[in-house]
Every structure is written in structure tokens, then in C-alpha cells.
Design a protein around this ligand. Structure first.
Ligand code: ZN
Length: 144
């Protein structure tokens, strides 16, 4: 209960760390830092990454994978609870991204398809309509 309040995921770095944990069967703190650099072009401080991993571990969201021969841990993996936690975070981010896109979104007046940069506009009876293509514009005029 209320575990979402304990760990805040308000930065892309944290979000990406969760994504890496989710997509890899096991991952080390070191490779997380490398991936952040390579994929996001951000230099995350090891302290920041390890602090976050420590928090996740304290909540039981990740656990160490022991290495048989060495004392150093081989990496971490998500626990089932951690997996649920990341799913909730991803869902929340998804919703945010949807909202961000939809606020700028245009839809074809004829077929309802989402329009991004490349679409066709036509003024019909003094009002401008957006369409995905000329065929949709034509179909729309016939339907009217
Ligand atoms: Zn269309």
C-alpha cells in the first residue's frame, strides 16, 4: 500500500533504469550507467544510479543475482513486485505521452485516422478540414 509514494520516478533517467531492468533478465549497475550514456546521451552519476537501485532493493523490487564464484553480485533483476511496480509506472508515462500527443493531434475528418506532420487540408463551405489524403477529402464531400 502506498509504495508508489516511496519511490518517485520523475526523471527520464529513473524511467530508463526501470525499462532496462524490465527488459533485461539481469543487469549490473555498471551496465546501466553505460546504457544511459549510450542510449540517452546522459552521463548519470554512479551515485545517482546506485542510490536508486538501493531504493528499489529496499522496497523489494529488485534483488541481487549472486555469482557462484566471486563475492561481487552479478547484477540485479526485478522481482514480481518490481515488475508490477514498473508496469504501473510505464502505464502512467504512457498516459502522459498520449495526452501530450493528443493535445497536438489532428484527425482525418473523413476516416478518423490520426494525422501527424503530413496531411491534406481543404476548405469546405468556409471551414477548414484536415484529411489524411485527397481521396478522403473527396469521400467526405460526397458523404456530405
Ligand atoms: Zn482519411
Amino acid at each position: 500500500m502506498g509504495e508508489e509514494h516511496k519511490i518517485k520516478v520523475q526523471s527520464l533517467t529513473r524511467f530508463y533504469i526501470l525499462m532496462l531492468l524490465k527488459s533485461e533478465k539481469k543487469i549490473t549497475g555498471y551496465s546501466i550507467i553505460k546504457r544511459l550514456e549510450k542510449d540517452l546521451g546522459t552521463t548519470a552519476s554512479p551515485t545517482y544510479v546506485y542510490d536508486f537501485l538501493k531504493q528499489l532493493k529496499a522496497e523489494g523490487y529488485i534483488k541481487d543475482i549472486p555469482t557462484p564464484k566471486s563475492k561481487r553480485a552479478q547484477g540485479f533483476r526485478l522481482t514480481p513486485e518490481g515488475s508490477e511496480f514498473t508496469d504501473r509506472i510505464f502505464l502512467r508515462f504512457n498516459n502522459l505521452i498520449e495526452v501530450a500527443i493528443q493535445s497536438k493531434l489532428k484527425i482525418c475528418a473523413s476516416c478518423g485516422v490520426k494525422l501527424y506532420d503530413d496531411y491534406y487540408s481543404e476548405v469546405i463551405e468556409g471551414k477548414e478540414y484536415n484529411f489524411c489524403c485527397k481521396h478522403c477529402a473527396k469521400a467526405y464531400k460526397i458523404d456530405k
